[in-house]
Write a protein that binds this ligand. Sequence first.
Ligand code: CMP
Length: 140
Amino acid sequence: MAVERTLSIIKPDATRRNLTGKINACLEDAGLRIVAQKRILLTRERAEGFYAVHKERPFFDDLCDFMSSGPVVVQVLEGGDAIARNRQVMGATNPEEADEGTIRKRFAENIEANSVHGSDSPENAAFEIAYFFDDGEIVG
Ligand code: CMP
C-alpha cells in the first residue's frame, strides 16, 4: 500500500454549517492524516482555475459561484492509498447515491453542495495540492 497525498476541500455548504471538525474526524477515523490545512475564501477566478477541467460542463458556472460563496478549508491528506481511501470516505458525488456512513451521505445538501472535494488521480492530486500549497506548508 503506497503512501500518497491527496487534496481535500471542505466546501462552503459545510463550513457554513460549522461541520469542519466533524468532517475532519471522519477523515482521521478513516486513517488519513491532515498534513496541511487552511481556511480561505476562493475568488471566482481561483475557483474557475481549480475546476478548469470541468469548464465545458453545464454545471461549471454554478459550481464556481458556489465554491466562491463562502469559506472553504483546503487540506492535504496523507496515508496509505490516500486518494482512493478519501474517495471512499467521501462517498459518491451525488449524495443520493452515496453509501451509508460516508461524509456526503451524512452531510451533503445536494449534488453541487456536496460538502467535500477529493482528488481523483495521482496526476490531479499533484496539480491540486500545488494549486493551494507550497512544499514548506506541508508537514508530514
Ligand atoms: P467535486 O468532487 O468537487 O467535482 C466537481 C463538482 O461539481 C462536484 O464535486 C459537485 O460539487 C459539482 N457538480 C454539480 N453538478 C454536478 C454533476 N451533475 N455531476 C458532477 N458534479 C457536479
